[in-house]
Design a protein around this ligand. Sequence first.
Ligand code: ZN
Length: 321
Amino acid sequence: MYIQPSNPPNLPTLQIIKPLTDRITMKKLLYKLLRYSGLVFIFREIIQRNKVTLLLYHDISRETAEKTFPWLAKRYNIIGLNDFIAACKNGNGNSLPQKALVITFDDGHAGNYKLLPVVQRMGLPVTIFLCAGIINTNRHYWFTYRHPSLSKSALKRASNRDRLKMLRNVGFTPDREFQTPQAMNRQQILDIKNHFDLQAHTMSHPCLPRCTGAEAREEIFSSKEVLEKEYGLKIDSIAYPNGDYSDRDIALAKEAGYQCGITVDFGYNTPNTDLFRLKRLSVNDTANLDELAVKASGVWQFFKTRNGRKQGYGWNARAEN
Ligand SMILES: [Zn+2]
């Protein structure tokens, strides 16, 4: 029996999808070209040789970890964040291996729990920065909630009060309990705490420079306190949400007793880098080894930020009052 083919794909959808797939293919090609251009090799073997590179992941699958972690371990010397901090504090930066690399994850996504067997088997030091007010709840990260008319960057630029108000108007509040959790729960955190280095990422993931002094203080101080008291963790590092920070937030982090603060400013670290402005490269949770090679070496970010002149996510923040 002849079956009539289904309706031909309609043009408007194709018009959107086609350029998008073209862009993705072009990007993949570009990663491959950059990877094999020699630039990645030069960055890794010359620029990164006597530096400490911090990498940023968020939420990768176990398969991606199984593919990318060994790739990194073969080309870099993976060290713990605490090893780097200790070497800086004790003035023995010479003890650090060449091409040292620190693997970090931001937010404390539920999926991070699945990486435990990989990390255990490989014996890798990995740091996860937890949002202390989101773990062990069904609260969601505000940046995963789609505002019908405002972009994520528009919301980040608003004052903390205005951002919360705009989100509240469309049904999101920081303490709303959703059907499913986005972050790890208490038991998962207790299960992994001896195998991962768990550190702070504020309570609710605000844009710190857009908080008032009192709000920023609460976010920075309480996250350390909650993680230490309720989970028995030793918290001495904070990753600034979105990598955004101001001088005021650094002063607060110091006052709270943190030993270092992590940004997403472009670059590499040495024992002389300001410990409260540690630089970090995002690898975009990729499973594509061309993209990973280009991003872990900093080649991609170097060109994207025009030699690192663009800081963080693109704006150098002054704190709200
Ligand atoms: Zn984050």
